[in-house]
Design a protein around this ligand. Structure first.
Ligand code: DX5
Ligand code: ZN
Length: 241
């Protein structure tokens, strides 16, 4: 196979990647979670992003498997669980039981990352790995063949509504290059401060699962926000601004 053939193959594969909005329910009105999810879905969101925080790995506490179980019957969309917790292995079976489709663990919380990713896959879920802004992307090289997605944090995890850290753009571009070099097809997800004014840069770098919370959920505007966000993202993905 020539280099040109190989590149052609990569572009073909990339051409089939769909840009998706993974709306983070952390920014939703928890008293009306079902309605909030329905509105974001109506606006074009296709993944429910669930931010699980334990008060140890990050300085905040959110929700766990019972909330995943509660939202499982109200939507057909995949549930993408982002575990910002210590000892994720302990909780992986409970997330599977609750109905999670994808589970991503923070590399910084995993002593035996290979084992943890295998455990997620063994429970029938798609394994992902998450990198904090200070963690070099090269640390993932050994596990990239095992993952369904790599999640690049573009803020320090723990809270919604933080400012986007622009170094994420280079990190995403490097992960896209590594994917081509290694002949893999993991998806690239980005999370934190992704909004109408930052989304084009991450899409152009190669992100295709776009997490957004505060840019989407807003009383009376959720559906329109999701629609507009996806329009900007897909225009950037198609080569426009
Ligand atoms: C941060 C979470 C994010 C956060 C995104 O720790 O992982 O998913 O909710 O929120 P926004 O889009 O408001 O930055
Ligand atoms: Zn998240």
């Amino acid at each position: 196979m020539t280099v040109a053939d190989k590149l052609g193959g990569i572009q073909e594969r990339e051409g089939s990647i769909v840009i998706e909005l993974a709306f983070s329910i952390l920014a939703a009105d928890f008293a009306h979670l079902a309605d909030e999810i329905a509105l974001a879905e109506k606006g074009g969101g296709t993944i429910v992003h669930v931010d699980v925080m334990d008060g140890h790995f990050v300085p905040n506490i959110t929700f766990g498997p019972p909330v995943v179980k509660a939202i499982r019957p109200i939507t057909k969309l995949p549930l993408d669980c982002h575990l910002m917790i210590e000892n994720p292995d302990e909780f992986i079976p409970a997330f599977a039981e609750a109905g999670a489709d994808m589970v991503a663990v923070q590399i910084e919380a995993c002593r035996h990352l290979n084992r943890t990713l295998q455990l997620i896959a063994d429970h029938g879920m798609k394994p992902g790995v998450v990198l904090n802004p200070a963690t070099p992307v090269e640390m993932l090289v050994e596990v990239l063949p095992m993952v369904h997605h790599v999640l690049v944090m573009s803020v320090n995890p723990g809270f919604g509504g933080q400012k986007f850290l622009p170094r994420a753009v280079e990190r995403i571009a490097r992960l896209r290059e590594m994917r081509a070099e290694m002949g893999l097809n993991y998806r690239i997800e980005v999370d934190g401060g992704i909004a109408h004014d930052t989304v084009a840069s991450v899409v152009q770098a190669g992100a295709d699962m776009l997490v957004a919370g505060s840019a989407i959920f807003s009383p009376g505007k959720t559906e329109a926000n999701a629609r507009e966000f996806l329009k900007v993202a897909r225009t950037a993905g198609a080569g426009g601004e």
